[in-house]
Design a protein around this ligand. Structure first.
Ligand code: UDP
Length: 482
């Protein structure tokens, strides 16, 4: 099977937000650099994100990735704080349909296929109109995707709220889902975001296939279920293609900082990295317990900190001297002084990929967003799973129960404040204990399997992508023959 698909042109639709744009850019980069496909990103944008604007301006791969920005204009009427983010995103995509249609109409060279991201299924009628092969890119894992496409069946079978169920939710051929671990849209069946989630689950099955940011060795059971399990196949008849792990290697340079110099001075695998993704915020009480837990563990740490109330940090953070008496109000008094020899606080945003790849990092206390999860695995770093929202509880369950590369608190951090003693124990166990060592070995094996999945010498994810491109190519030839 050839990896080169000369002459193909693929359009990829990205929903608003950095978390959606980054995976689409990674996919585009992969298509261009490894498969020689011309790629156009159709990026639906809002004016609210400076980081998004910066990402849109990054140089594109050898001129073969073109980005067409589709700004939504005034969307204030869609921005209602009582509406969940996922629902707002669906509304934004509906709003963007005329923009997407005219962007495709005005292309000199029409695409040979349309790939949409997980909120982009709204664009299905446009793919049908232009008779384009159509794929969904879910930049997450197979288990989550199985739950999503199977949820309409669960909806018919289960009455009442999923979280009140006594038994695990069964997805054919896959690991059952604890009711507590369901994705956020399934937490309340009376909310509009559940209706949108069900709709998206059904729409995924109408596309020619689903691309996943995962790989065979990581999720052999769920991927096999998509291929072999009749009950799951009766819902999702079209193929599912694991094409990952696609992770960032270059950091958008948001903050220049001297934290790397501090990391350079620490012993190998001795530092815990603490971060909760692009927007994760803890309660004041939980911040306090975490700070105490880190201090009591006496392990080195580097912690990306955001204020519990506003998700930002005081300007003083950027100018202070480490070890001064100044301390933000949301940390215990004197915390900075007492931990000045073991810890570093990074305000707001850290260069996560660089940090994770630093040899002194020995563990990652993470909210288990899928990008962070993959970045940790491909850096060979074991985790403490601290899920907060979206599908992170599923990711945490996979990391701890199936893959054995993470520890987690007894109770979910979304249900109960995790106390300082428990945090202290978890940190010590991961960085110093035998459990941590076993997990580090396992995650390093996964790291190796991730590299081979992407290999052009018969890597499973590489072959999956070739398969998709070959299908698109065949369909284009068939269209041209007509
Ligand atoms: N990230 C980062 N620095 C930070 C916080 C986040 O570079 O301080 C990056 C992280 O490397 C990852 C992304 O932001 O690529 C977060 O994505 P993820 O899926 O983990 O979580 P989300 O933010 O979508 O909840």
């Amino acid at each position: 099977m050839s990896g080169s698909s000369d002459n193909l042109h693929i359009a990829i639709l990205s929903s608003p937000g950095v978390g959606h744009l980054i995976p689409v850019q990674l996919l585009a980069e992969r298509l261009v650099t490894k498969h020689n496909v011309k790629t156009t990103i159709l990026a639906v944008t809002t004016s609210s994100s400076p980081l998004e604007s910066r990402l849109l301006k990054l140089p594109t791969e050898e001129g073969l990735v073109e980005t067409v920005e589709l700004p939504l204009g005034d969307i204030s009427r869609l921005m209602n704080p009582s509406i969940q983010v996922a629902t707002t995103l669906c509304m934004m995509l509906r709003e963007a349909l005329p923009l997407i249609r005219s962007a495709i109409a005005s292309m000199d060279r029409k695409p040979d296929a349309l790939i949409v991201d997980l909120f982009g299924t709204e664009a299905l009628p446009i793919a049908l109109e232009y008779k384009l092969p159509k794929y969904v890119y879910v930049p997450s894992n197979a288990w989550y995707t199985a739950l999503t496409v199977y949820c309409p069946v669960l909806d018919g079978e289960i009455k009442g709220q999923y979280v009140d169920e006594q038994d695990c939710l069964k997805i054919p051929g896959c690991k059952p889902v604890r009711p507590l671990d369901v994705v956020d849209p399934m937490l309340n069946r009376d909310d509009q975001q559940y209706v949108e989630y069900l709709r998206r689950g059904k729409e995924y099955t109408l596309f020619d296939g689903i691309l996943l940011n995962s790989w065979e060795d990581l999720e052999s059971k769920s991927l096999e279920a998509f291929r072999e399990n009749e009950a799951l196949r009766s819902v999702m008849t079209n193929p599912v293609y694991p094409i990952g792990p696609l992770t960032r290697t270059i950091e958008p340079n948001v903050l220049e900082n001297g934290f790397m110099a501090w990391l350079d001075k620490q012993p190998n695998q001795s530092v815990l990295f603490v971060s909760f993704g692009s927007g994760g915020v803890l309660s004041t009480e939980q911040m306090t317990e975490l700070a105490w837990g880190l201090e009591m563990s006496q392990q080195q740490f580097i912690w990306v900190v955001r204020s519990p109330t506003c998700g930002r940090v005081d300007d003083a953070f950027f100018t202070r001297d480490y070890g001064s008496e100044w301390s933000p109000s949301f940390l215990p008094p004197g915390f900075l002084t007492r931990t000045q020899n073991i810890g570093v606080l990074v305000p707001l945003w850290g260069q996560q990929v660089k940090i994770l790849n630093h040899p002194s990092i020995g563990g990652f206390l993470s909210h288990c967003g899928w990008n962070s999860t993959l970045e940790s695995i491909v850096s060979g770093v074991p985790m403490i799973a601290w899920p907060l929202y979206a599908e992170q509880k599923l990711n945490a369950a996979m990391l701890t129960e199936e893959l054995g590369v993470a520890l987690r608190p007894e109770d979910l951090p979304t249900r109960k404040v995790v106390g300082r003693e428990e945090i202290e124990k978890l940190v010590r166990k991961l960085i110093q204990g035998e459990d941590g060592k076993v997990m580090r070995d396992k995650v390093k094996r996964l790291k190796i399997s991730a590299t081979s999945a992407l290999s052009e010498l018969s890597g499973s994810s590489y072959k999956s992508m070739c398969q998709i491109l070959s299908n698109i190519s065949n369909k284009r030839s068939a269209r041209m023959m007509k």
